[in-house]
Design a protein around this ligand. Structure first.
Ligand SMILES: [Fe+2]
Ligand SMILES: [Fe+2]
Length: 153
């Protein structure tokens, strides 16, 4: 089995956020409309994270146990993709933050407390990614690349 499997805890977090957002969207009104716009950016963004960032993070545990990465070439191609997508992904976060503000404004008018809580959760999610998960995924990729280079020598 590949080491490069998304950690289930992270997949679950995405699924839960997505479920809550779809629910808010389905309630309609101004808040639902704002959530729909947010989802249009967030859905492809989540997909990219699940196919590029999360698989690299799956290798954190075996690596921290001192085990070598079982599929370094796959890790390196993910690393290459993440390196080139990184600026775009941060831009998407900036876009998401703006859209979160629109949802908050719409929700505040109708006292939608739950929408505000979901927005707090989503904002925190993006912050954890920027501060911890994206850099950790980059480290895994850089480590795999270093190992592969060492092997060639
Ligand atoms: Fe995410
Ligand atoms: Fe994200």
């Amino acid at each position: 089995m590949s080491d490069l499997q998304a950690p289930s805890s992270l997949e679950e977090e995405h699924r839960e956020l997505f479920r809550e957002l779809v629910e808010l969207e389905s309630e309609g009104g101004e808040t639902g409309k704002a959530v729909k716009e947010l989802l249009a950016v967030l859905e492809p963004h989540f997909e990219k994270e699940e196919s590029v960032v999360m698989p690299l993070l799956g290798a954190l545990r075996p690596l921290s146990d001192g085990k070598p990465i079982r599929n370094p070439s796959e890790a390196m191609s993910l690393y290459k993709r993440l390196s080139s997508d990184y600026p775009k992904m941060l831009k998407e976060h900036a876009q998401v933050k703006k859209l979160i503000e629109s949802v908050r404004m719409a929700a505040a008018k109708v006292e939608k407390g739950r929408a505000l809580t979901v927005m707090d959760g989503l904002e925190h999610h993006a912050k954890v990614e920027e501060e911890v998960l994206y850099p950790a995924a980059m480290l895994v990729g850089a480590f795999a690349k270093g190992k592969a280079k060492a092997k060639v020598r």
